[in-house]
Design a protein around this ligand. Structure first.
Ligand SMILES: [Zn+2]
Length: 432
Protein backbone atom coordinates (compact mmCIF):
# COMPACT_ATOMS: atom_id res chain seq x y z
CA UNK A 1 0.00 0.00 0.00
CA UNK A 2 2.95 2.19 -0.54
CA UNK A 3 2.03 5.08 -2.76
CA UNK A 4 4.21 8.07 -2.22
CA UNK A 5 2.03 10.21 -4.43
CA UNK A 6 -0.63 10.39 -1.77
CA UNK A 7 1.57 12.37 0.53
CA UNK A 8 3.63 14.06 -2.10
CA UNK A 9 0.70 15.91 -3.50
CA UNK A 10 0.02 17.44 -0.16
CA UNK A 11 3.56 18.61 0.29
CA UNK A 12 3.55 20.28 -3.08
CA UNK A 13 0.62 22.29 -1.97
CA UNK A 14 2.54 24.03 0.69
CA UNK A 15 4.74 25.89 -1.69
CA UNK A 16 2.26 26.60 -4.39
CA UNK A 17 0.95 29.40 -2.30
CA UNK A 18 4.04 31.52 -2.19
CA UNK A 19 4.12 33.14 -5.58
CA UNK A 20 1.86 36.11 -5.84
CA UNK A 21 0.96 37.48 -2.46
CA UNK A 22 3.02 38.21 0.59
CA UNK A 23 2.33 36.17 3.70
CA UNK A 24 3.75 35.84 7.18
CA UNK A 25 6.45 33.16 7.18
CA UNK A 26 7.00 34.42 3.67
CA UNK A 27 7.84 37.76 5.22
CA UNK A 28 9.86 36.45 8.13
CA UNK A 29 11.14 39.89 8.97
CA UNK A 30 7.81 40.80 10.60
CA UNK A 31 8.58 38.29 13.36
CA UNK A 32 12.32 38.89 13.54
CA UNK A 33 12.03 42.67 13.90
CA UNK A 34 9.71 42.38 16.90
CA UNK A 35 12.16 40.15 18.74
CA UNK A 36 15.19 42.26 17.80
CA UNK A 37 13.48 45.44 19.03
CA UNK A 38 12.58 43.76 22.31
CA UNK A 39 16.14 42.52 22.92
CA UNK A 40 18.10 45.62 21.94
CA UNK A 41 18.55 46.65 25.58
CA UNK A 42 20.19 43.32 26.43
CA UNK A 43 22.06 42.75 23.18
CA UNK A 44 23.53 46.14 22.25
CA UNK A 45 24.97 44.77 19.01
CA UNK A 46 21.43 44.87 17.64
CA UNK A 47 21.42 48.65 17.36
CA UNK A 48 24.96 49.06 16.08
CA UNK A 49 25.38 50.34 12.50
CA UNK A 50 26.93 47.70 10.28
CA UNK A 51 28.31 48.12 6.78
CA UNK A 52 27.82 45.49 4.10
CA UNK A 53 30.90 43.54 3.03
CA UNK A 54 31.41 40.90 0.38
CA UNK A 55 31.38 37.15 0.86
CA UNK A 56 34.75 37.01 -0.88
CA UNK A 57 36.25 39.22 1.81
CA UNK A 58 34.76 37.11 4.58
CA UNK A 59 36.17 33.95 2.99
CA UNK A 60 39.59 35.42 2.33
CA UNK A 61 39.93 36.45 5.96
CA UNK A 62 38.65 33.17 7.39
CA UNK A 63 39.59 30.51 4.88
CA UNK A 64 41.21 28.10 7.32
CA UNK A 65 38.40 28.38 9.85
CA UNK A 66 35.71 27.98 7.18
CA UNK A 67 37.42 24.88 5.85
CA UNK A 68 37.57 23.36 9.34
CA UNK A 69 33.95 24.30 9.86
CA UNK A 70 32.80 22.40 6.78
CA UNK A 71 34.93 19.43 7.74
CA UNK A 72 33.18 19.30 11.12
CA UNK A 73 29.79 19.84 9.56
CA UNK A 74 30.13 17.00 7.06
CA UNK A 75 31.47 14.66 9.73
CA UNK A 76 28.42 15.48 11.86
CA UNK A 77 26.12 15.10 8.87
CA UNK A 78 27.46 11.63 8.01
CA UNK A 79 26.78 10.53 11.57
CA UNK A 80 23.29 11.97 11.89
CA UNK A 81 21.75 11.95 8.39
CA UNK A 82 21.72 8.71 6.46
CA UNK A 83 20.09 9.80 3.18
CA UNK A 84 21.88 10.41 -0.09
CA UNK A 85 21.34 14.13 -0.46
CA UNK A 86 23.62 17.16 -0.14
CA UNK A 87 26.64 15.05 -1.02
CA UNK A 88 30.27 16.04 -1.30
CA UNK A 89 31.82 15.89 -4.74
CA UNK A 90 35.06 13.84 -4.90
CA UNK A 91 37.05 17.06 -5.39
CA UNK A 92 35.51 18.70 -2.37
CA UNK A 93 35.93 15.55 -0.31
CA UNK A 94 39.62 15.52 -1.19
CA UNK A 95 39.89 19.22 -0.48
CA UNK A 96 38.34 18.89 2.97
CA UNK A 97 39.73 15.60 4.22
CA UNK A 98 42.98 14.85 2.46
CA UNK A 99 44.42 18.26 1.86
CA UNK A 100 43.45 18.12 -1.80
CA UNK A 101 44.20 21.06 -4.03
CA UNK A 102 42.08 24.18 -4.18
CA UNK A 103 41.06 27.12 -2.08
CA UNK A 104 38.00 28.32 -0.24
CA UNK A 105 36.63 30.66 -2.87
CA UNK A 106 33.03 31.69 -3.27
CA UNK A 107 32.24 28.93 -5.77
CA UNK A 108 33.51 26.19 -3.51
CA UNK A 109 31.87 27.74 -0.47
CA UNK A 110 28.43 27.68 -2.13
CA UNK A 111 28.99 24.13 -3.33
CA UNK A 112 29.79 23.02 0.18
CA UNK A 113 26.89 25.01 1.58
CA UNK A 114 24.63 22.89 -0.63
CA UNK A 115 22.87 25.83 -2.28
CA UNK A 116 22.53 27.35 -5.75
CA UNK A 117 25.45 29.15 -7.39
CA UNK A 118 23.51 32.37 -6.89
CA UNK A 119 23.09 31.82 -3.16
CA UNK A 120 24.10 34.65 -0.79
CA UNK A 121 24.63 36.93 -3.77
CA UNK A 122 21.57 39.04 -4.32
CA UNK A 123 19.54 40.99 -1.77
CA UNK A 124 15.81 41.29 -2.27
CA UNK A 125 13.99 44.10 -0.52
CA UNK A 126 10.28 43.32 -0.39
CA UNK A 127 7.62 46.00 -0.63
CA UNK A 128 6.61 45.49 2.99
CA UNK A 129 10.20 45.67 4.20
CA UNK A 130 10.87 48.73 2.11
CA UNK A 131 7.83 50.48 3.58
CA UNK A 132 8.55 49.63 7.19
CA UNK A 133 12.26 50.44 7.12
CA UNK A 134 12.03 53.19 4.55
CA UNK A 135 14.73 51.53 2.45
CA UNK A 136 14.40 51.26 -1.32
CA UNK A 137 17.37 49.08 -2.09
CA UNK A 138 20.69 48.03 -0.66
CA UNK A 139 24.06 47.85 -2.35
CA UNK A 140 27.62 46.77 -1.76
CA UNK A 141 28.32 49.38 0.91
CA UNK A 142 24.99 50.14 2.52
CA UNK A 143 25.09 50.70 6.27
CA UNK A 144 22.13 49.58 8.39
CA UNK A 145 21.63 48.71 12.04
CA UNK A 146 22.51 45.09 12.79
CA UNK A 147 18.86 44.36 13.61
CA UNK A 148 17.68 45.62 10.20
CA UNK A 149 20.16 43.32 8.42
CA UNK A 150 19.07 40.48 10.65
CA UNK A 151 15.39 41.06 9.86
CA UNK A 152 16.09 41.40 6.14
CA UNK A 153 18.18 38.22 5.95
CA UNK A 154 15.66 36.21 7.91
CA UNK A 155 13.91 36.11 4.51
CA UNK A 156 16.99 35.16 2.51
CA UNK A 157 16.45 31.37 2.23
CA UNK A 158 13.29 32.15 0.24
CA UNK A 159 15.23 34.12 -2.38
CA UNK A 160 16.04 31.09 -4.51
CA UNK A 161 19.15 29.43 -3.04
CA UNK A 162 17.22 26.23 -2.29
CA UNK A 163 15.14 26.10 -5.48
CA UNK A 164 15.78 23.68 -8.36
CA UNK A 165 18.63 21.72 -6.83
CA UNK A 166 17.23 18.29 -7.67
CA UNK A 167 16.97 16.66 -11.08
CA UNK A 168 19.47 18.95 -12.80
CA UNK A 169 22.52 16.73 -12.84
CA UNK A 170 23.98 18.38 -9.75
CA UNK A 171 26.28 15.75 -8.18
CA UNK A 172 25.21 16.87 -4.71
CA UNK A 173 21.55 16.09 -5.35
CA UNK A 174 21.57 13.22 -7.80
CA UNK A 175 18.86 11.06 -6.23
CA UNK A 176 15.13 11.67 -6.37
CA UNK A 177 13.69 14.72 -4.69
CA UNK A 178 12.16 13.46 -1.41
CA UNK A 179 9.10 15.69 -1.80
CA UNK A 180 8.18 18.76 -3.81
CA UNK A 181 8.22 19.23 -7.59
CA UNK A 182 11.65 19.57 -9.19
CA UNK A 183 10.66 22.34 -11.57
CA UNK A 184 8.67 24.51 -9.22
CA UNK A 185 9.05 26.70 -6.19
CA UNK A 186 8.11 23.66 -4.12
CA UNK A 187 11.50 22.16 -5.01
CA UNK A 188 12.75 24.03 -1.95
CA UNK A 189 10.32 22.12 0.28
CA UNK A 190 12.87 19.49 1.44
CA UNK A 191 14.89 22.33 2.97
CA UNK A 192 12.04 24.36 4.47
CA UNK A 193 9.58 21.75 5.65
CA UNK A 194 10.31 19.18 8.29
CA UNK A 195 8.26 16.17 9.34
CA UNK A 196 9.84 14.28 12.22
CA UNK A 197 6.55 13.72 14.04
CA UNK A 198 4.19 12.17 11.47
CA UNK A 199 2.05 9.16 12.21
CA UNK A 200 3.12 5.66 11.26
CA UNK A 201 0.62 5.42 8.41
CA UNK A 202 1.88 8.66 6.88
CA UNK A 203 5.47 7.44 6.84
CA UNK A 204 4.21 4.15 5.48
CA UNK A 205 2.66 6.01 2.56
CA UNK A 206 5.73 8.16 2.03
CA UNK A 207 9.01 7.11 3.61
CA UNK A 208 10.86 10.00 2.07
CA UNK A 209 9.10 12.46 4.35
CA UNK A 210 11.92 11.59 6.74
CA UNK A 211 14.55 13.00 4.38
CA UNK A 212 14.12 16.69 5.15
CA UNK A 213 17.30 18.76 5.17
CA UNK A 214 15.85 21.68 7.12
CA UNK A 215 17.74 20.69 10.27
CA UNK A 216 20.98 20.38 8.27
CA UNK A 217 20.54 23.86 6.84
CA UNK A 218 19.85 25.17 10.31
CA UNK A 219 22.97 23.48 11.65
CA UNK A 220 25.38 24.75 8.99
CA UNK A 221 24.11 28.31 9.32
CA UNK A 222 24.47 28.22 13.11
CA UNK A 223 28.07 27.14 12.67
CA UNK A 224 28.72 29.96 10.20
CA UNK A 225 27.03 32.46 12.49
CA UNK A 226 29.18 31.40 15.41
CA UNK A 227 32.32 31.74 13.34
CA UNK A 228 31.44 35.20 12.01
CA UNK A 229 30.51 36.34 15.52
CA UNK A 230 33.75 34.99 16.97
CA UNK A 231 35.87 36.90 14.44
CA UNK A 232 33.73 40.03 14.97
CA UNK A 233 32.44 40.20 11.42
CA UNK A 234 29.10 41.76 12.25
CA UNK A 235 27.69 41.94 8.76
CA UNK A 236 28.16 38.22 8.13
CA UNK A 237 26.99 37.43 11.65
CA UNK A 238 23.72 39.19 10.85
CA UNK A 239 23.44 37.54 7.46
CA UNK A 240 24.15 34.00 8.64
CA UNK A 241 22.02 34.45 11.75
CA UNK A 242 19.16 35.74 9.60
CA UNK A 243 19.35 32.57 7.51
CA UNK A 244 19.54 30.39 10.64
CA UNK A 245 16.50 32.14 12.05
CA UNK A 246 14.54 31.52 8.85
CA UNK A 247 14.81 27.75 9.03
CA UNK A 248 13.80 27.69 12.68
CA UNK A 249 10.86 30.04 12.09
CA UNK A 250 9.74 27.91 9.15
CA UNK A 251 9.33 24.78 11.23
CA UNK A 252 7.42 26.83 13.79
CA UNK A 253 4.61 27.18 11.22
CA UNK A 254 2.06 24.40 11.56
CA UNK A 255 1.78 23.90 7.81
CA UNK A 256 5.57 23.46 7.54
CA UNK A 257 5.76 20.78 10.23
CA UNK A 258 2.72 18.72 9.36
CA UNK A 259 2.47 16.95 6.00
CA UNK A 260 -1.21 16.06 6.28
CA UNK A 261 -2.95 18.27 8.83
CA UNK A 262 -6.45 17.23 7.83
CA UNK A 263 -5.90 13.62 6.86
CA UNK A 264 -7.64 10.84 8.71
CA UNK A 265 -8.19 7.22 7.92
CA UNK A 266 -11.00 8.21 5.61
CA UNK A 267 -8.59 10.24 3.46
CA UNK A 268 -6.47 7.16 2.86
CA UNK A 269 -9.43 4.85 2.34
CA UNK A 270 -10.96 7.24 -0.13
CA UNK A 271 -7.71 7.59 -2.02
CA UNK A 272 -7.40 3.88 -2.52
CA UNK A 273 -11.07 3.62 -3.50
CA UNK A 274 -11.42 6.43 -6.05
CA UNK A 275 -10.98 5.66 -9.72
CA UNK A 276 -9.39 8.87 -10.88
CA UNK A 277 -6.54 9.05 -8.43
CA UNK A 278 -4.73 11.84 -10.24
CA UNK A 279 -7.73 14.10 -9.97
CA UNK A 280 -8.19 13.24 -6.31
CA UNK A 281 -4.57 14.12 -5.69
CA UNK A 282 -4.54 17.36 -7.59
CA UNK A 283 -7.84 18.46 -6.02
CA UNK A 284 -6.48 17.87 -2.56
CA UNK A 285 -3.22 19.54 -3.42
CA UNK A 286 -5.08 22.70 -4.34
CA UNK A 287 -7.28 22.56 -1.26
CA UNK A 288 -4.36 22.25 1.10
CA UNK A 289 -2.45 24.95 -0.74
CA UNK A 290 -5.42 27.27 -0.35
CA UNK A 291 -5.64 26.69 3.38
CA UNK A 292 -1.93 27.19 3.85
CA UNK A 293 -2.19 30.35 1.79
CA UNK A 294 -5.16 31.63 3.79
CA UNK A 295 -3.41 30.96 7.09
CA UNK A 296 -0.23 32.77 6.16
CA UNK A 297 -2.20 35.64 4.68
CA UNK A 298 -4.03 36.00 8.00
CA UNK A 299 -0.71 35.88 9.81
CA UNK A 300 0.87 38.65 7.79
CA UNK A 301 -2.25 40.78 7.88
CA UNK A 302 -2.34 40.40 11.64
CA UNK A 303 1.32 41.41 11.99
CA UNK A 304 0.88 44.45 9.72
CA UNK A 305 -2.38 45.60 11.34
CA UNK A 306 -0.97 45.30 14.86
CA UNK A 307 2.40 46.86 14.03
CA UNK A 308 1.85 49.62 16.59
CA UNK A 309 -0.11 47.74 19.25
CA UNK A 310 1.01 44.14 19.06
CA UNK A 311 1.33 44.09 22.85
CA UNK A 312 -2.43 44.43 23.18
CA UNK A 313 -2.70 40.97 21.67
CA UNK A 314 0.47 39.10 22.55
CA UNK A 315 2.62 39.96 25.54
CA UNK A 316 5.72 39.88 23.42
CA UNK A 317 8.05 41.12 26.16
CA UNK A 318 7.41 38.12 28.39
CA UNK A 319 7.47 35.72 25.43
CA UNK A 320 10.78 37.14 24.23
CA UNK A 321 12.18 37.12 27.79
CA UNK A 322 11.35 33.47 28.13
CA UNK A 323 13.10 32.57 24.86
CA UNK A 324 16.10 34.76 25.62
CA UNK A 325 16.57 33.27 29.10
CA UNK A 326 16.49 29.76 27.65
CA UNK A 327 19.02 30.75 25.01
CA UNK A 328 21.54 32.17 27.45
CA UNK A 329 21.07 29.54 30.15
CA UNK A 330 21.98 26.64 27.87
CA UNK A 331 25.32 28.19 27.05
CA UNK A 332 27.43 25.31 28.31
CA UNK A 333 25.79 22.61 26.23
CA UNK A 334 27.16 20.99 23.12
CA UNK A 335 25.64 23.35 20.64
CA UNK A 336 24.93 20.73 17.98
CA UNK A 337 22.87 18.67 20.37
CA UNK A 338 21.27 21.78 21.80
CA UNK A 339 20.29 23.27 18.46
CA UNK A 340 18.92 19.97 17.16
CA UNK A 341 16.86 19.60 20.30
CA UNK A 342 15.43 23.10 19.95
CA UNK A 343 14.68 22.57 16.27
CA UNK A 344 12.87 19.32 16.97
CA UNK A 345 10.98 20.74 19.91
CA UNK A 346 9.75 23.71 17.89
CA UNK A 347 8.68 21.50 14.99
CA UNK A 348 6.88 19.07 17.26
CA UNK A 349 4.91 21.85 18.92
CA UNK A 350 3.95 23.26 15.51
CA UNK A 351 2.86 19.81 14.38
CA UNK A 352 0.62 19.52 17.43
CA UNK A 353 -1.13 22.77 16.55
CA UNK A 354 -1.60 21.89 12.87
CA UNK A 355 -4.87 20.00 13.07
CA UNK A 356 -6.52 22.72 15.12
CA UNK A 357 -5.24 25.46 12.80
CA UNK A 358 -6.47 23.61 9.76
CA UNK A 359 -9.92 23.03 11.28
CA UNK A 360 -10.23 26.70 12.16
CA UNK A 361 -9.22 27.78 8.68
CA UNK A 362 -12.03 25.60 7.39
CA UNK A 363 -14.47 26.97 9.94
CA UNK A 364 -13.65 30.63 9.44
CA UNK A 365 -13.15 30.99 5.71
CA UNK A 366 -15.83 30.88 3.03
CA UNK A 367 -16.10 27.36 1.63
CA UNK A 368 -15.13 28.30 -1.90
CA UNK A 369 -11.71 29.47 -0.71
CA UNK A 370 -10.70 26.44 1.27
CA UNK A 371 -12.79 23.56 -0.06
CA UNK A 372 -13.06 24.23 -3.75
CA UNK A 373 -10.16 22.74 -5.74
CA UNK A 374 -11.08 24.92 -8.69
CA UNK A 375 -10.35 28.08 -6.77
CA UNK A 376 -6.78 29.29 -6.82
CA UNK A 377 -6.10 32.19 -4.46
CA UNK A 378 -3.15 33.20 -6.59
CA UNK A 379 -5.64 34.78 -8.92
CA UNK A 380 -5.78 37.39 -6.27
CA UNK A 381 -8.85 39.39 -7.23
CA UNK A 382 -11.15 36.78 -5.70
CA UNK A 383 -9.17 36.54 -2.54
CA UNK A 384 -9.93 39.71 -0.66
CA UNK A 385 -8.71 38.93 2.79
CA UNK A 386 -9.92 42.18 4.28
CA UNK A 387 -13.52 41.11 3.73
CA UNK A 388 -13.26 38.60 6.56
CA UNK A 389 -10.11 39.61 8.36
CA UNK A 390 -9.61 43.29 9.11
CA UNK A 391 -8.87 45.99 11.65
CA UNK A 392 -12.43 46.13 12.89
CA UNK A 393 -12.46 42.44 13.58
CA UNK A 394 -9.21 42.71 15.50
CA UNK A 395 -10.58 45.60 17.55
CA UNK A 396 -13.66 43.53 18.33
CA UNK A 397 -11.40 40.69 19.39
CA UNK A 398 -9.84 42.94 22.03
CA UNK A 399 -13.29 43.65 23.47
CA UNK A 400 -14.46 40.09 23.21
CA UNK A 401 -12.13 37.19 22.36
CA UNK A 402 -15.21 35.12 21.49
CA UNK A 403 -15.90 37.35 18.52
CA UNK A 404 -16.02 36.06 14.95
CA UNK A 405 -12.62 34.61 13.94
CA UNK A 406 -11.49 34.81 17.58
CA UNK A 407 -10.61 31.12 17.74
CA UNK A 408 -8.54 31.38 14.57
CA UNK A 409 -6.69 34.39 15.93
CA UNK A 410 -5.90 32.46 19.11
CA UNK A 411 -4.65 29.45 17.15
CA UNK A 412 -2.38 31.79 15.18
CA UNK A 413 -1.10 33.22 18.50
CA UNK A 414 0.11 29.76 19.45
CA UNK A 415 2.30 29.58 16.33
CA UNK A 416 3.31 33.24 16.55
CA UNK A 417 4.32 33.03 20.22
CA UNK A 418 6.47 30.01 19.48
CA UNK A 419 8.03 31.84 16.54
CA UNK A 420 8.93 34.85 18.72
CA UNK A 421 10.19 32.65 21.50
CA UNK A 422 12.47 30.49 19.39
CA UNK A 423 13.84 33.53 17.54
CA UNK A 424 14.67 35.16 20.89
CA UNK A 425 16.27 31.95 22.09
CA UNK A 426 18.50 31.90 19.04
CA UNK A 427 19.50 35.56 19.32
CA UNK A 428 20.26 35.15 23.00
CA UNK A 429 22.21 31.97 22.42
CA UNK A 430 24.44 33.42 19.71
CA UNK A 431 24.78 37.11 20.56
CA UNK A 432 25.00 36.95 24.34
ZN1 LIG B 1 11.21 29.08 4.07
Amino acid sequence: MRDSRLVLFIILAAFMALCSQAQAWDQHFVFTQVVAAELSDRLPILIEPVRATSLETFLKRNKTAVKALFRDFYSWKYKTYKYQHWLLSPENYAYLYSEGAGSMDKKRFLELLGVQKTGLSQIIVSEEFSRQYNIKSVNADTTLPFSAWLALFSDEPDWGADIGLFGKGDPRYNSEIPYGAIDKLSSQAPFHMYFPTERFITYKACESLKESMALLRFNIFIRLTNLAWRVKDHYWTARFLGNTTHYLQDVSNSYHSSALPYANLFTYVKYFAVKDKDKYLSDNTQILANRHFAYEAVGLEFMLLTKDNLDAYIRTSSVVDRGYELGISEAQQNYCAFSSEIFNRVSKAAYKNARAVDKLIVKNFPAHLIKDPKFDPQTREDFQLNLWFNKELLNNFLQNPKTKQGDLIKAFFTDAVRTFECSALLMGHILR
